[in-house]
Design a protein around this ligand. Structure first.
Ligand code: PLP
Length: 435
């Protein structure tokens, strides 16, 4: 399939190019030229497929330069983990997306992108160098996804002392082809260094540099599949289906909206926001004004100017009324987030993480409207609660057990490269190729 640049629609590339380059020229985003449509019959065929096969059947419509046999093999290796569905009430479910190796939904996108990069790198002359800055969770998912992938090095910059111990461990303890760089500065400083490197012609001649950031279409597309999966499981209830998505950069919800356009029968999407509510203000006024980022407990959603908003506008031809009709938004503050974690724990013995709690509270608000009370809502839980034990223990006295998958990190020593916040030093390091 071809992908076009949103601001320059005549600029089209194949999937391989879109994936390996990440963004289109001038910071533009790629968008699929057409979405496949699954009718009732094909959806019925999907019903009892293993998860990786559902991924294969969905994603093969988008990829190119890879044979079906090889792509099947790639999917079976990539999606060795799958979502689970937890029933809270007869019409209220949690779609658990934390079963991947770093216990966050970002594993779905990161693992697929890494497999695709490894496959396409076979025909490249140079090894691929992934350069990315992280404020926390993404870095861990990227590090683990690219770990031991051949022909690829991943260089991950993170701000010294500003990420949690667990996050640092997930980035810095792997070694081999994963190079953790601890910058004496802020997340913005890390991002600035990465941006500058991408603008540096000499560097780009010397290294095959590419980014792994969340606007990469190869990270977005695999996120469609768990919506289809949950839909197939719960449509038997014969109720209106609604998804509630804890949203920051709007990549996750955008993938869900894609799946809707591909033939699922869904009533509504809930965009669950923390106090970074520029999208809610857009729905209320039809005018989108980017905001400065506010810090909250659900920090992976602290985004004032969501980068995938332009993709949502593109999907609906920038028709405000369609968008308003399809998506409802709720903004949840930190107090209500904590209150929700406590309440759900007491009532259902289930521990939500702060991001999932925002989605849960938004769902309660939605169901309080009498028009919606009989709908079946599927709340996405985007991270495992144990990743936020610091907050849970301090504020609520709750502690969540770590998932089995974290055993992988036990006994590994962090080995990051410490660096001052200096582009010159960072550039020398990259040019030396001593990594
Ligand atoms: C990244 C992230 C989100 C937000 O997802 P977007 O695709 O950016 O909207 C929500 N929850 C968690 C735990 C995340 O890591």
């Amino acid at each position: 399939m071809n992908f076009y640049a949103i601001k320059n629609r005549s600029y089209k590339v194949d999937f391989k190019t879109a994936a390996l380059s990440g963004a289109a020229p001038n910071q533009d985003l790629y968008f699929p030229e057409n979405l496949p449509r699954f009718d009732e019959n094909s959806l019925a065929e999907f019903e009892n497929l293993p998860y990786f096969e559902l991924c294969f059947r969905t994603l093969k419509n988008f990829v190119d330069s890879i044979s079906e046999e090889e792509f099947y093999e790639l999917c079976s290796k990539t999606f060795y983990f799958e979502p689970s569905i937890y029933k809270i009430e007869d019409n209220l479910f949690i779609l658990e997306l934390f079963n991947g190796p770093t216990a966050a939904f970002k594993d779905y996108g990161a693992q697929f992108m890494a497999s695709i990069f490894e496959y396409y790198s076979r025909n490249l002359e140079k090894e691929i160098v992934i350069l990315t800055a992280t404020s926390g969770d993404t870095g861990g998912a990227i590090a683990r996804a690219f770990y031991e992938k051949s022909n690829i090095k991943a260089i991950i910059l993170y701000p010294s002392g500003k990420i949690s111990r667990l996050q640092e461990k997930h980035i810095a303890s792997l070694g081999k082809n994963i190079i953790a760089v601890e910058i004496d500065g802020s997340f913005d400083d890390c991002q600035f260094l990465v941006k500058k490197a991408f603008d540096d012609e000499k560097l780009k001649q010397s290294l095959y540099l590419t980014s792994a950031n969340s606007i990469n279409i190869a990270r977005l597309l695999p996120q469609m599949v768990y919506y289809i999966y949950a839909y197939l499981q719960l449509k038997k209830l014969n109720k209106n289906i609604v998804f509630s998505v804890p949203s920051g950069n709007f990549g996750n919800i955008c993938a869900g909206l894609f799946s809707w356009e591909m033939g699922l029968k869904i009533k509504k999407f809930i965009a669950a926001l923390n106090e970074n509510d520029s999208f809610l203000k857009y729905l209320n006024t039809s005018i989108f004004v980017p905001q400065a980022t506010k810090q909250t407990l659900s920090n992976a959603m602290d985004v004032g100017n969501p980068s995938n908003f332009v993709r949502i506008k593109e999907l609906y031809r920038d028709n405000y009324f369609i968008i308003k009709n399809k998506i409802e938004a709720y903004s949840i503050n930190d107090d209500d987030t904590l209150e929700t974690i406590k309440k759900v724990y007491k009532k259902y013995a289930y521990i939500l993480d702060p991001h999932g709690a925002v989605g849960f509270k938004a769902t309660e608000n939605y169901l309080n409207n009498s028009d919606n009370k009989d709908d079946c809502v599927i709340c996405l839980e985007t991270a495992h609660s144990s990743k936020f034990n610091d907050i849970l223990k301090e504020k609520l006295g709750i502690e969540s057990l770590e998932p089995e998958s974290f055993k992988f990190y036990e006994g590994r020593e962090n080995k990051s490269i410490k660096m001052p916040n200096s582009y010159q030093k960072f550039r020398e390091f990259l040019l030396s190729k001593k990594f």
